[in-house]
Write a protein that binds this ligand. Structure first.
Ligand SMILES: [Zn+2]
Length: 355
C-alpha cells in the first residue's frame, strides 16, 4: 500500500537498486525488491525499466534494444475500463499477462514496504493508470501507477495494493485510482460487495485513504439535498435554496445512520465512523431523536443514528482547501463498467504476447 502524497528518502543500505530509469525519467528507489540476483546484482546503481512492460536490464544497450521492440509500446495490455480527460485505466489479468504482472510487481516493490503475497500474479487483476497527451502527435502513452486487486477476496477488498510512481505523485492521481476501485467493486448494484482496501494499511496508505474518504463522504453530504448533483460542483451548494421536496426543514442538520452513509458511498461502517469523526461533523443522536425501536444495546449491523451537521462539511472543505469535485467521472467508464452495468462480457484475450 503506497501513497500519493509524500516524498520519501530511503537508507541506501536497505536497497539493492539505488536508482531506476523509467522511460526518460531517472529517480531514486525507496525499498528493496526481489529481482533475481544473477540478473540484478546487489550493488546496482541504475536499473533500466521499460515504461510500457516493466522489463528490466542493468545494461543500457539491452534496454534500448528492447524498447524498440517492446510488444506494448503502442497500446497497454488488457482492456480499457475508464477513459476521461487523457487519463485511462486498463484492466490486466495476471493470468493472461504473467510476465507483465511479475515485472510490474518487481518494479512496484521498489516503492512499497510490505507486501508478502505480492507475486502471486495469477490470482490478481492489475489496473493501470495511463496518461495519453492529446497533443502528442505520436499518441505515446505513459503508465503513471496502478492498483492491484485479488480476483477472489473473502473480505470484499476492492484493492490490494496501490502505487503512483514517484515522478507522478502529488497530482491527486491516487484519489482517481481509489475512486475507480470503489466503482469497479460493484457495490452500487450489490450492497453485499461493500468493502475497502486490504488491511493493514501502511502509514502512507492510511494517510491517503483518510483524505480520500473525507472527501468522498463530504461530497456525499454536500450533495444530499442540493440540486447540484448534475455537475458534481459543490461551491454553490451553500447558497442553494433547500429542496422543494422539503421534508427536511434544516438544511444544515440531519439525522441519518452510519449504515445509510455506507450504502451511499460503498464504504465500510468502520471507515464511515472514523471519517465522520475526522471531519468533525457528527454528534451522537440523543435518544429522543433516534428512531423508534432502536435499543440502547448495540448489536452488530444495527443502524447507528448520528446527527450530521452538514454546514460543518463546507467549513471543513474550505479550511482544508479541498475541492469536492469527484475526480472520477461517470461518463469515463466504458460500456460494461458503468455503475449499472451487470455483465462483464470481456472478450477473450489473445495468447500471452509478452513472454
Ligand atoms: Zn517493454
Amino acid at each position: 500500500m503506497a501513497a500519493d502524497d509524500s516524498s520519501f528518502q530511503a537508507k541506501p543500505s536497505t536497497r539493492n537498486v539505488q536508482h531506476v530509469v523509467l522511460g526518460n525519467l531517472r529517480f531514486q528507489t525507496w525499498y528493496q525488491s526481489i529481482y533475481p540476483e544473477d540478473l540484478v546484482t546487489k550493488e546496482t546503481d541504475t536499473l533500466y525499466v521499460c515504461r510500457w512492460c516493466f522489463r528490466y536490464a542493468c545494461d543500457i544497450n539491452a534496454h534500448a534494444r528492447h524498447t524498440k521492440l517492446c510488444p506494448h509500446r503502442t497500446t497497454p495490455p488488457g482492456t480499457k475500463v475508464y477513459d476521461h480527460g487523457g487519463y485511462s485505466v486498463w484492466e490486466v489479468d495476471g493470468a493472461d499477462y504473467k510476465l507483465f504482472g511479475q515485472n510490474l510487481s518487481l518494479f512496484a516493490k521498489l516503492f512499497l514496504d510490505h507486501k508478502s503475497v505480492f507475486f502471486d500474479v495469477l490470482s490478481f487483476l492489475y489496473y493501470l493508470l495511463v496518461f495519453t497527451d492529446p497533443n502528442d502527435v505520436h499518441k505515446s502513452y505513459h503508465i503513471l501507477g496502478f492498483f492491484s486487486k485479488e480476483k477472489l477476496s473473502w473480505d470484499a477488498n476492492n484493492l490490494a495494493c496501490i502505487l503512483i510512481f514517484p515522478p507522478y505523485q502529488r497530482k491527486q492521481l491516487g484519489k482517481l485510482l481509489m475512486g475507480v476501485s470503489y466503482r469497479l467493486s460493484g457495490w452500487e448494484r450489490d450492497s453485499s460487495l461493500i468493502g475497502g482496501p486490504e488491511r493493514p494499511l501502511s502509514e502512507m496508505g492510511q494517510k491517503s485513504y483518510s483524505r480520500f474518504w473525507e472527501e468522498r463522504i463530504a461530497r456525499h453530504l454536500v450533495l444530499l439535498d442540493s440540486n447540484a448533483s448534475a455537475t458534481g460542483e459543490s461551491e454553490d451548494a451553500k447558497t442553494q435554496k433547500p429542496s422543494t421536496k422539503g421534508s427536511r426543514k434544516k438544511n444544515s442538520h440531519d439525522i441519518m445512520t452510519v449504515q445509510e452513509i455506507g450504502q451511499a458511498t460503498g464504504m465500510l461502517t468502520e471507515d464511515v465512523i472514523a471519517t465522520l469523526r475526522a471531519l468533525g461533523v457528527i454528534e451522537p443522536a440523543t435518544p429522543s431523536k433516534t428512531r423508534k425501536g432502536t435499543h440502547s444495546g448495540s448489536r452488530e449491523n444495527e443502524p447507528v443514528p448520528v446527527v450530521v451537521k452538514r454546514s460543518r462539511v463546507l467549513d471543513w472543505a474550505k479550511s482544508s482547501n479541498v475541492n469536492l469535485r469527484d475526480p472520477v467521472r461517470d461518463e469515463g467508464f466504458l460500456r460494461n463498467y458503468s455503475s449499472t452495468g451487470e455483465d462483464r462480457n470481456t472478450e477473450p484475450l489473445g495468447s500471452d504476447d509478452d513472454e
